[in-house]
Design a protein around this ligand. Structure first.
Ligand SMILES: [Zn+2]
Length: 158
């Protein structure tokens, strides 16, 4: 049985915050605001896995009022959700994700993001696609006010 899931996430950008995407620290003047490490890419993928299982969303499993998740490493949150998926008998077929950010260009970091994400999800790197888009100077992404990410995943119940 195959299941598909979709995830989307947005974080406000501000100076003096780290920018972490797919577990990779990105050199940037502006970083993402949030309760955890504000890793929009990992959050979108985690939500997609939860969505494929009809298990709610990140906020249900890791409430932002809970001090346990303050500055949490979002790859660890993804790892917890992958554990849940394993318990339910699911494995990942593939993931496709897009990060939307105006600056900096993410291409030099994409391979490392794919390595980290595929390791946490327990799949080969060629099962995890990460793409990057700018906002073309338009909207909140284009004005460097926000970073956004979207992801789809396909799971198979084994
Ligand atoms: Zn988020």
């Amino acid at each position: 049985m195959f299941r598909i899931g979709i995830g989307h996430d947005t974080h406000r950008l501000s100076e003096g915050r780290p920018l972490i995407l797919g577990g990779v620290r990105i050199e940037s003047e502006r970083g993402a605001e949030g309760h955890s490490d504000a890793d929009a890419l990992s959050h979108a993928i985690t939500d997609a896995v939860l969505g494929a299982m009809c298990e709610g969303d990140l906020g249900v499993h890791f409430p932002d009022k809970d001090p346990r998740w303050k500055d949490a490493d979002s790859l660890q949150l993804l790892a917890r959700v992958m554990w849940l998926a394993g318990e339910r008998g699911y494995r990942i077929i593939n993931v496709d994700a897009t990060v939307m950010i105006e600056q900096p260009r993410l291409r030099p970091y994409i391979q490392e993001m794919r390595e980290k994400l595929s390791e946490v999800m327990g799949v080969e790197i060629d099962c995890v696609s990460v793409k990057a888009k700018s906002g073309e100077g338009l909207d909140a992404v284009g004005e460097s006010l926000a970073v956004a990410a979207q992801a789809v995943v396909m799971l198979e119940r084994t």
